[in-house]
Design a protein around this ligand. Sequence first.
Ligand code: NAD
Length: 494
Amino acid sequence: MTVNVLNLINGTWCASRTGRTLSRENPARATEVVSLAPISDASDIDAAVKAAVAAYPAWKLVPAPRRGLMIAEAGRILSTRKEEIATLMTREMGKPIAEARGDVQEAIDTALLVAAQGRFLGGETVPCELPNKFGMSLRQPVGPCGLVTPWNFPVAIPSWKIFPALVCGNTVVLKPSELTPACAAEFVKALVEAGIPSGVVNMVCGLGEEAGAALVAHPGIRAVSFTGSTTTGSLIGETCGRLNRKVSLEMGGKNAQIVMEDADLDLAVEGALWGAFGTTGQRCTATSRLILHASIHDAFMSKFLDRVKKLVVGDGLDANVHVAPLVSAEQRDRVASYVEIAVKEGAKLALGGHVLSSGAYANGYFFEPTVFTGVTRTMRIAREEVFGPVIAAIKVSSFDEAVSVHNDTDFGLSSSIYTRDVNRAFTAIRDLEAGITYVNGPTIGAEVQLPFGGVKGTGNGHREAGMQVYEFYTEWKSVYIDHSGRLQRAQIDT
Ligand code: NAD
């Protein structure tokens, strides 16, 4: 069944003014059209931003606890429709059905966490230096926000942005990925059904360089939150810098799992399997480098390769499948080209490395789970984000070397170390340059109550989730109340 996706502008589901549509195929069976969505242009974006601007004055006056109740209701609606949305997600972007359920669950978890925050959006009170004077700070919304999201977490990532933006009193325009418009529309429908007023949430589908760029640069937008590739994020950062616009950028990663000589090897193998091949390696936190201590390298690799060989590749709707297709033919070809580059640069292809295109794989974007050994830190396979089922193993001879190799990257999202040595674990927590560090766990598996984001080329200093996300969606106001009845001069009348 093909889903006909529409834009949501000022409470009305409508086609694009351009009349153009984009069809999205099932990555496991490219002959099946999953969704047809508008290819919108700057005029659609303009209408949506105007709706968000018009709805803002009334929405910001709705008490935050009441805004939180609507978000809780959206979470409840999502939980009743979890299976239906998860199935659509697997058809639209490919990830295995259990992971698609997890994606929707993450949005439900976010709704619960954010809804309660409606009663806790607090500021601070502090003593003033002059008598009979009261000082406090409070949070105020930023204004209409432009949100640009990728396809790999097509429900969870919009929820990380929209729920906190709304509870703080902002209105939003979402431009979802052109690869997952139907998932985004299902998520937005839950907000509409939960009673969010017209114009507060708007969604415009379309291409990045057309609709996305128009949203980011629109004069009615006060803040932009983006998740996606570093190339796109840098462009958006430039635009927002020029316009003095608040911008949050969550971008690429080159995450590594370190395995020390004292690690529980079976546990480390399980972690690497899940970290590298979960979501077919298409998570921003996916493990794409393995940093192995030389003394356990061969033992680890032998166990690991045994397990990788047993991974089942196939349509994510089949509950027995571990590794689903890549999201698109373009992404599959990009992965294949990185395999070629790695071989040319001298990495040893230990397993996989090929497009799967016969039999059950004939109509999909499948790629073999792929393992490289003998990788050095200067090879492109060790430095650039592949975003596919490919892992590159680098041998090291000490903890210090492991940390040095780990940090020798432009990115800094997630990191992991397997060790039984508590001293090393704490040193790693201190020294690994990343926004997230796991000890004895894989690089994937973030929970919504802790801040999410990265350092260096992965981000621009903001965080999503946790309590930190409210820093982005609010502005601080400092308030001084002088009840002395006379002029008191700070720093002078001491
Ligand atoms: P992408 O950058 O191609 O697209 C992301 C979004 O930006 C899409 O909606 C796209 O239409 C839009 N876009 C593209 N060009 C634009 C432009 N010029 N102006 C405005 N918008 C534009 O990324 P993708 O392929 O959808 O997602 C994969 C990338 O996302 C990977 O690099 C991954 O690491 C990253 N990612 C990062 C995080 C994180 O939190 N750090 C989370 C998930 C994904």
